[in-house]
Write a new protein. Structure first.
Length: 135
């Protein structure tokens, strides 16, 4: 039996227990979010753009960033399925994290555009730091 199938069996058994299932009924996301207010740098390859944004919340699966209303035309990450790279330093950490993201949804928030994005790729150290911060 492979390691991934063993993990799948263990997780499946855990989720079948009634007490753990109630916790997941209210949460639609695969990973719970953690509120976070830190600056980050977003870069986009095509067209090549860079902008300072603020992170509003983060999870193991994705991030919500706020783009200043004035910057939304300079940085088209607010379009569905747009890929971008985000660089940030988590509170309490000294090393920066680099994560590749893909836009999933946007919302106007009076003066800012909120962009929900899922993580597409991250280097191992960045993901490890994120996991430690969220757990």
């Amino acid at each position: 039996r492979s390691l991934s199938s063993t993990i799948e069996v263990v997780l499946s058994n855990y989720l079948k227990e009634g007490s753990s299932l109630q916790r997941f009924e209210n949460e639609k996301r695969q990973y719970p979010r953690k509120s976070l207010y830190v600056p980050a740098v977003v870069t986009q390859q095509e067209p090549e753009q860079m902008e300072i944004v603020s992170i509003r919340d983060i999870s193991l699966g994705g991030v919500r960033v706020a783009i200043n209303e004035d910057s939304k035309h300079k940085l088209p990450i607010a379009t569905q399925d747009s890929r971008f790279q985000i660089v940030l330093i988590l509170p309490g950490e000294s090393k920066r994290m680099t994560l590749l993201c893909e836009s999933k949804n946007t919302m106007d928030s009076g003066g800012a555009i909120l962009v929900g994005a899922s993580f597409v790729d991250a280097d191992f150290q960045s993901y490890k730091s994120l996991h430690a911060h969220l757990m």
